[in-house]
Design a protein around this ligand. Sequence first.
Ligand SMILES: Nc1ncnc2c1ncn2[C@@H]1O[C@H](COP(=O)(O)OP(=O)(O)O)[C@@H](O)[C@H]1O
Ligand SMILES: [Mg+2]
Length: 217
Amino acid sequence: MSDDRNLTRTHSHVATRDRSLILGQKGAVIWLTGLSGSGKSTLAYALERRLIGLGKLTFALDGDNVRMGLCKDLGFKPEDRNENIRRIGEVASLFAEAGLLVLTSFISPYRADRIAAKATSKGDFIEVYLDVSVDVCEKRDPKGLYKKARAGEIANFTGVSAPYEEPASPDVRVNTDELTVEQCVDKIVDHLRERGQFDVSSLRAEAAQEEAERAQS
Ligand SMILES: Nc1ncnc2c1ncn2[C@@H]1O[C@H](COP(=O)(O)OP(=O)(O)O)[C@@H](O)[C@H]1O
Ligand SMILES: [Mg+2]
């Protein structure tokens, strides 16, 4: 396929399945969404540790870190937030295609942006909603941002002066006010097991079947 910039897509000779079989896992984007202070970074890093401990290749993409590099040209206006999430969706999809369990921790306040990130993702996309009230987040205020936003020092602050659109049907919902970090991690890992993220037996059978067909032809 080509377009008016004379671009032509090329195709790898390696299938995502081949990488999954090496890694013993199916790659996925695990997309954490929630207000500032809801616990996305805390949970992503705890989950990353747990998954690595289970021998699963994992990588966490975190909000502020990405804004210091890949997205350092972007601010917090709606169109910049859209572009921020678009880039992260693309990068996360590449990591997942490489076979990793990618953890993304971004407020990602707009439903349409999350839906677009899911559509971009070539593999599994698992939406995890950190469901906790603005009040709780504001009491935690780990970075002192709510205080600044209330004082009018930060414009467009989600939950204070900018909207947060709740996911309609997240794959996993964790209330970080009621559950400890480890309980939240348990809930997400249980979900990954249930959906077969660590089970590559059907992929192995599929590969063997294709190999047998090739040998016959
Ligand atoms: N169950 C939980 N999961 C995640 N964070 C929690 C939980 N319970 C309490 N916290 C606390 O909430 C704060 C969340 O901060 P942070 O992870 O930086 O949020 P975010 O990345 O969403 O802005 C931390 O101080 C963390 O210790
Ligand atoms: Mg964070």
